[in-house]
Design a protein around this ligand. Structure first.
Ligand SMILES: C[S@@+](CC[C@H](N)C(=O)[O-])C[C@H]1O[C@@H](n2cnc3c(N)ncnc32)[C@H](O)[C@@H]1O
Length: 255
């Protein structure tokens, strides 16, 4: 559930073999960053329970099970790790609301355009950022997410990446995106006495260039960021393959 303090240089989070080996060793459920209980206000605010939801890079997290217990009816879970998918398929065979498929987020051509109302990503874009060809992989993934969302659909990204390193990716599209940013402390963070009384349930203002204002202070320096990206009607142009729209080469490596 907590942030892994190791860096991308130590583990290859972008590699399916890494994840297969990890899930063989650690089959027990594990939620990266945050559990559903803390994300619930954001999920419920943006994604109605009747939505068709895609959970990208589901791993062996409890997130989808917890969402079903909270009323969600249709969640398609995908992951590049066949080990994780086998474990989850067996575990949830009696949950008709949950489906599991082995799939690479960079190529989700199995699904037709506009298949989902909501896409949830907890730690998967972050993993791609640690792989080889990170800018190309992330652009491919986000191009696929854009293609799969219905107009008005939501991409919810839960990440350790602050706006400086994530916004350039999230705004690189011909679609009209609207982005709301929330910042929540790690689950084990202890608020200092006399700390800010700001509610993390309110969106945070960002500057015109998509970064946090210079005087913004993170109460927990290792906070998690939630980006709620809404796709509105396309401009009429055909979507450009995002693999050719790589915004920049990211050097951030803090997974
Ligand atoms: C940091 S873990 C997060 C797992 C889960 N979402 C959670 O919140 O606990 C990243 C997950 O992304 C998966 N993943 C990495 N690259 C992927 C890819 N190209 N396509 C699909 N899944 C991928 C990994 O197998 C792993 O399960």
């Amino acid at each position: 559930m907590f942030r892994d303090v190791s860096s991308c240089n130590t583990y290859n989070y972008g590699d399916a073999l890494y994840w297969d080996a990890r899930y063989v060793q650690e089959a027990e459920s594990f939620d990266w960053y945050q559990r559903y209980s803390s994300l619930r206000p954001f999920v419920r605010r943006y994604i109605p329970t009747s939505s068709r939801v895609l959970m990208v890079g589901c791993g062996n997290a409890l997130m989808s099970e917890d969402m079903v217990k909270d009323g969600y009816e249709k969640i398609m879970n995908i992951d590049i790790s066949s080990v994780a998918i086998d474990i989850m398929r067996r575990k949830y065979k009696h949950f008709p609301q949950l489906n599991y498929m082995e799939m690479d987020v960079r190529d989700m051509s199995f699904f037709p355009d506009k298949s989902f109302d909501g896409v949830i990503d907890k730690g998967t874009l972050d993993s791609l950022m640690c792989g080889s060809d990170a800018p190309i992989s992330s652009a491919r993934m986000l191009g696929e997410v854009s293609r799969l969302l219905k107009p008005g659909g939501i991409y919810m990204l839960i990440t350790y990446g602050d706006p400086k390193v994530r916004m350039p990716h999230l705004t690189g599209s011909i679609y009209n995106w609207k982005i709301a940013l929330y910042i929540i402390p790690r689950p084990d963070f202890e608020k200092p006495a006399g700390g800010s009384s700001n509610s993390h349930l309110e969106p945070v203002s960002i500057t015109g260039t998509g970064i946090l204002p210079a005087d913004f202070v993170l109460e927990d320096p290792d906070s998690h960021f939630i980006y709620e990206r809404t796709i509105s009607e396309p401009t009429g142009e055909k979507p450009v393959k995002q693999a050719f729209r790589v915004p920049f080469v990211e050097v951030d490596s803090g997974l």
